[in-house]
Design a protein around this ligand. Structure first.
Ligand code: HAM
Length: 420
């Protein structure tokens, strides 16, 4: 076997999440679920894969995600399954299937987990990435939009990510609203077809809104003159948007109106928003969301309005400085040389752990010097040294690693002394 055949690498666009970065990353996931729960969002887990149709019908076949990026496979039972590229369609599928919408509304759910999209990898863009998100179903009141947007903003700010909130309304799928606008947009795009980047020309008839997402310079220039949806909202959608903005003002959530924000998934109606951050290069969206009042029906269910957001954990991790307490979990590093001392040390570490304290010790037979080095690199606040003298006296020497001060403490009082 050649060297090449023997060595494996993680698949393109994926990465291993290793310590110490993995601590900061766990903190993001856990804090998200805790903060979301404080607003009434209960945890939900849906399968990592779904019937492909959930995404085709939910997210929309004309979207890039469904058209170009899904990991779809046929299983041994001849079913077409897809690794979830996003969490909203699966959550709505789960709500409908389990009749959660027959209970009290809104149904408020939160999730944290991996998603899969076969995109071109670059900084902040991976093929397996993690999202934390919330979905609220069954209510179309503007207050729910404001609640959700404030929640996303507060969580990101609390995590130390400086974000700008971009806000738009993209109306609903009716000839009186987005329907008429799309006709106007198409005729505008046809009239400027020669000026559009070649790749974007095919979008004009298939999915004209996507031309707003184009990164091609020629298309971006054309889109500056394009009609915008906010000038064409029906009176119901315009009033809804007015109220959302008023409520966000009440909650002192600052936002920038962005009439060219259309979002990449086809289920959106009315409110659409995105959180963007600096330092991420072109992948500057740390999260996004919006209303999807027609999604449940696209999945064959009853009409059920909904709104939610998802935030990219990988991008949040890149955008923030983790605090020291995210890495340091040890209160005590037990230093014990010799069989009897190790025995007493393991007992001490166990007592401390049972008392809810962080404790570790050397089980590799290192020298005293080697163990003190371990203690120091573990960032433990204390070293508890057990040597022959200590064994005889029933005391340990507790060394404060920051000040280097030492004190003798009876072994059964260590927990009391070191408890922060
Ligand atoms: P999305 O905008 O497609 O929305 O994704 C949300 C966030 O996931 C993005 O802003 C980004 O931070 C992260 N993300 C997306 N793709 C990648 C990738 N390839 N690599 C790294 N991070 C990525 C949704 O997924 C909707 N389900 C959000 C939603 C929930 N709308 C309503 N409810």
């Amino acid at each position: 076997m050649s060297e090449e055949e023997r060595s494996f690498r993680a698949p393109k666009g994926t990465y291993d999440l290793l310590p110490p970065a993995s601590f900061g990353w766990q903190r993001i996931m856990r804090t998200a679920m805790d903060v979301f729960a404080l607003s009434g969002y209960a945890p939900v887990e849906t399968p990592i894969f779904e019937h492909t149709e959930v995404f085709e019908r939910g997210v929309g076949e004309a979207s890039e995600v469904v058209g170009k990026q899904m990991y779809t496979f046929i299983d041994r039972g001849d079913r077409s399954l897809t690794l979830r590229p996003e969490g909203t369609a699966p959550v709505v599928r789960a709500v409908l299937e389990n009749n959660l919408h027959r209970g009290a509304l809104p149904v408020k759910l939160a999730y944290a987990g991996p998603m899969f999209r076969q995109e071109r990898p670059q900084k902040g863009r991976y093929r397996q990435f993690w999202q934390v998100g919330v979905e609220a179903l069954g209510i179309d009141a503007p207050a729910l939009d404001a609640e959700i947007i404030e929640l996303g903003t507060r969580f990101l700010t609390g995590m130390g990510v400086e974000v700008e909130l971009l806000l738009n309304s993209i109306g609903h799928f009716d000839p009186s609203c987005r329907g008429a606008y799309l006709e106007e947009l198409k005729s505008f795009l046809r009239s400027r077809s020669d000026d559009l980047a070649e790749d974007d020309r095919e979008r004009v008839d298939k999915n004209p809104l996507r031309t707003f997402d184009s990164k091609e310079r020629a298309t971006v220039a054309v889109m500056k003159d394009a009609p915008v949806i906010t000038d064409h909202l029906c009176s119901g959608c315009a009033a809804h948007f007015d109220q959302v903005r008023g409520l966000l003002d009440d909650l002192e959530v600052t936002y920038k109106l962005e009439p060219r924000l259309v979002r990449g998934l086809d289920y959106y109606t009315r409110t659409a928003f995105e959180f963007v951050a600096g330092g991420l290069g072109s992948q500057n969206a740390v999260g996004g969301g919006g209303r999807y009042d027609g999604l449940a029906q696209s999945l064959g269910g009853d009409p059920l309005p909904g709104i939610g957001f998802a935030l990219g954990v990988d991008r949040i991790a890149i955008s923030r400085e983790p605090s020291a307490d995210e890495f340091d979990h040890l209160d005590v590093y037990v230093v014990a040389v010799g069989d009897d001392a190790v025995r007493a040390g393991l007992k001490l570490a166990t007592t401390l752990r049972r008392a809810g304290l962080g404790a570790d010790l050397d089980l590799a037979g290192r020298s005293m010097k080697g163990q003190m080095k371990q203690a120091s690199s573990s960032n433990a606040r204390w070293a508890a040294i057990i040597g022959e003298r200590e064994l005889a006296s029933g005391n340990v020497t507790l060394k404060d690693m920051a000040s280097s001060q030492q004190q003798e403490v009876p072994i059964d009082r260590v927990a009391e002394v070191v408890r922060p």
